[in-house]
Design a protein around this ligand. Structure first.
Ligand code: FAD
Ligand code: NAG
Ligand code: NAG
Length: 507
C-alpha cells in the first residue's frame, strides 16, 4: 500500500498541556493538517494552571520559568508573545547563573515563637547548600556511594558538621533542626515523599539553564492560551477522557471510508477515534494509575517496569493572604524550624496529627504592590496528599495554629486561603516526576520509546510518548514538557520525510 501523504495522515494528541500543545503546533507547522488534541477536562494548560485568590492571580501549578535565557524555549515563546516584564527579559537577568537554587532573602522562625538570627543560620545554610550541590556530582562521576540523595545528605551532615558547632549545644541543635527544614523543602523541589526515594546517581541528570527564574505577571496560562490561539480553531476536543488506546489494530477503524487505521482510541463515554499516530502526553502519575488498562495490547515489560519504578510524587501549594506582613520587607522566603527535630528525617511520624510539620517553607509573592501580603506555603509527600483530603477550613485552622506558634503572635490570622490538590486531580495524579532510587536515564528513555518497538513489522510509530517525565534532562519542568512534545512531533516529521530530505519543510 502506498504511503498516504503527510497532509492526510491522521494524528491524535492525548492531553492539552504544554507538551500536547507543543506537539500539535510543530506538526501543523510542518504541514500536517489532520491533527487533533483530545483533552479529558474542559480546559487546556494541564499543570500550567492560573487561579485567583481574591483580586490576585496565583499559580496553582507551574510558577517560574526555570532558567529564563535564550536556550529555554518557554522563555523564547513568552518573549515572543510579550508575556514577561522588562526586567525578566533583560540581558542581566538572563546572564545570572544560580545553578537551580535561587538565593532568596530568608527570614527564620522557630517553633518556640522566635525569629532566629541570620548569623546563626547563615553558616548552616551555606553548609547544607554545599552538600546539596555535591549530591548532584555523582551523575558525571558515575559513582554512587549511597543509593539515594536522602541517605547521602544524612550521612554527610553527620560526617562533616564542623566540630566547633558542637561547642554551643543550643545553636548546634538549631542548625541540625534547620537542616531538617531544608531537607523537607527539598522534597517539594523534587516532588517526592522523602529524599530517600530520589536516586543519588541520577540526581545530576537534571540540567539547569542560566537566567534568574521569573514569573508571568498576568499568569502562566497566558502562554498555553497564546500558543493555542495560533492553531486552527477546534483543534482541541474537550471533555474526551481517553480510556484505552487500542494499537496494532487489525480491524478497520471507525470514522473511515475504507481506509484502515492502526490505532483506535476509546473514550470513557464510548466515543472512538481512529488514527495513524497517537502522541500520549498524560502525566506519569496517570500512566502509573491506569497502567493495566490504558493501552491494549499493554506496554512491553521493560516500558511497564520503567513506568512503575520512576518517581512521581506530590508537591502542593497553600496560598495565604494577610492584612499585614509578619516578615521583613525584603524577605522572599520564610523558613520554619522545629526545635525538637534535631535528628535528620524528612518524614512525619503521625501524618494525621502532624502533617503540618512537613510544610517548612513559604515564598513571599512579589512585588508587594501587585499582590499585597500573600505567602505561598510548600508541602510535599504523603503529608501533602493527606492535606488534600481535609476541608479548606480545617487546613486554614491548622495553618493558623502553626503560624501563631512560630511567630508568637496570638492575633495573627490569614484572611484568605487557597490550596492545590494535585494528587487527587484525576488527570494529574500528583505533581511531577523525579528519578527514583534504583532508576537511571535508561528508564526515561524507556518511557519515551515509541510503539511498536523497533524491529516489528507492524506499521511504525503508532503510539508516541511525550510529557514532562519523558525528557532526560529537563523532566519536571514546563520547558522539558514542551521540548518533549516537539521531539515527538519531529519524530513523525522525520518519518514522513524521504531519506533524500528537503521535501517536508516545504509542505
Ligand atoms: C505545584 C506545581 C508546581 C510546578 N512548578 C513549576 C515551575 O515553577 N516551573 C516549571 O517549569 N514547572 C513547574 N511544574 C511542572 C510543570 O507544571 C509540568 O512539568 C508541565 O506543566 C507538564 O506538562 P505536560 O504537558 O507534560 O503535562 P500536563 O500539563 O499534565 O498535561 C497533560 C494533559 O493531559 C490531560 N489528560 C490526562 N489524562 C487524560 C486522558 N485519559 N484523556 C485525555 N486527556 C488526559 C490532562 O488533563 C492534561 O491537560 C510544577 C508543577 C506543579 C504541579
Ligand atoms: C501486532 O500484530 C501482529 C499481527 O497481528 C502480531 O503478530 C503482533 O504480535 C502484535 N504485536 C503486539 C505487541 O501485540
Ligand atoms: C475495511 O473495510 C472495507 C469496507 O468497509 C473493506 O473493503 C476493507 O478490506 C477493510 N480493510 C481491512 C484492513 O479490514
Amino acid at each position: 500500500m502506498a504511503l498516504r501523504s503527510t497532509r492526510d495522515s491522521q494524528i491524535l494528541v492525548i492531553g492539552c498541556g504544554i507538551a500536547g500543545i507543543g506537539a500539535a503546533q510543530k506538526l501543523i507547522k510542518h504541514g500536517f493538517n489532520n491533527v487533533h488534541i483530545l483533552e479529558a477536562t474542559a480546559r487546556s494548560g494541564g499543570r500550567v494552571r492560573t487561579g485567583r485568590l481574591g483580586d490576585n492571580i496565583v499559580e496553582i501549578g507551574a510558577n517560574w520559568i526555570h532558567g529564563p535565557s535564550k536556550e529555554n524555549p518557554v522563555f523564547s515563546l513568552a518573549c515572543n508573545h510579550q508575556l514577561l516584564d522588562e526586567e525578566s527579559m533583560s540581558e542581566e537577568n538572563q546572564a545570572v547563573d544560580i545553578g537551580g537554587h535561587p538565593m532568596f532573602i530568608p527570614n527564620w522562625f522557630s517553633s518556640s515563637g522566635r525569629k532566629l538570627a541570620p548569623e546563626t543560620m547563615a553558616p548552616a545554610l551555606e553548609f547544607y547548600m554545599n552538600l546539596l550541590e555535591r549530591s548532584q556530582e555523582f551523575y558525571s562521576t558515575g559513582e554512587e556511594p549511597f543509593p539515594s540523595v536522602g541517605e547521602f545528605l544524612k550521612a554527610e551532615v553527620k560526617r562533616l558538621t564542623p566540630e566547633e558547632w558542637k561547642e554551643d549545644r543550643e545553636s548546634f541543635d538549631l542548625r541540625m533542626a534547620m537542616a531538617n527544614t531544608l531537607l523537607k523543602l527539598e522534597c517539594c523541589v523534587s516532588g517526592t515523599h522523602t529524599m530517600d526515594d530520589v536516586s543519588l546517581g541520577a540526581f545530576g541528570m537534571y540540567k539547569t539553564l542560566p537566567g534568574l527564574d521569573c514569573t508571568f505577571p498576568r499568569g502562566y496560562e497566558g502562554l498555553t492560551d497564546s500558543m493555542l490561539k495560533e492553531l486552527p480553531k477546534d483543534i482541541v476536543l474537550y471533555d474526551k477522557q481517553v480510556k484505552c488506546v487500542h494499537w496494532n489494530y487489525s480491524k478497520n477503524g471507525t470514522n473511515t471510508e475504507g481506509t484502515s487505521f492502526p490505532v483506535v482510541i476509546e473514550c470513557s463515554n464510548g466515543e472512538t477515534f481512529a488514527a495513524d499516530h497517537v502522541i500520549i502526553t498524560v502525566s506519569l502519575g496517570y500512566l502509573k494509575k491506569h497502567q493495566s488498562t490504558f493501552l491494549s495490547p499493554s506496554f512491553p515489560p521493560h516500558k511497564l517496569h520503567s513506568i512503575q519504578r520512576m518517581g512521581f510524587g506530590t508537591n502542593n501549594k497553600i496560598f495565604l493572604e494577610f492584612e499585614k506582613p509578619f516578615w521583613d520587607e525584603d524577605c522572599e522566603l520564610i523558613y520554619l524550624v522545629w526545635e525538637d527535630e534535631t535528628h535528620l528525617d524528612d518524614v512525619v511520624a503521625d501524618i494525621k496529627t502532624s502533617w503540618i510539620r512537613k510544610m517548612t517553607g513559604f515564598t513571599v509573592l512579589k512585588p508587594t504592590e501587585r499582590y499585597g501580603h500573600v505567602l505561598c506555603g510548600w508541602i510535599a509527600g504523603r503529608e501533602s496528599e493527606y492535606m488534600e483530603t481535609l476541608s479548606e477550613d480545617e487546613v486554614l485552622h491548622t495553618v493558623t495554629q502553626l503560624l501563631l506558634k512560630f511567630t508568637g503572635n496570638p492575633t495573627l490570622r490569614p484572611r484568605k486561603l487557597l490550596r492545590s490538590q494535585w494528587f487527587h486531580d484525576p488527570y494529574s495524579c500528583g505533581s511531577y516526576s523525579y528519578v527514583a532510587k534504583g532508576c537511571s536515564g535508561r528508564d526515561i528513555e524507556n518511557l519515551a520509546e515509541p510503539l511498536p518497538l523497533k524491529g516489528s513489522d507492524s506499521k511504525p510509530l503508532q503510539v508516541l510518548f511525550a510529557g514532562e517525565a519523558t525528557h532526560n534532562s529537563y523532566f519536571s519542568t514546563v520547558h522539558g514538557a514542551l521540548l518533549s512534545g516537539w521531539r515527538e512531533a519531529e519524530r513523525l516529521v522525520a518519518h514522513y520525510t524521504p531519506a533524500s530530505g528537503s521535501v517536508s519543510s516545504k509542505l
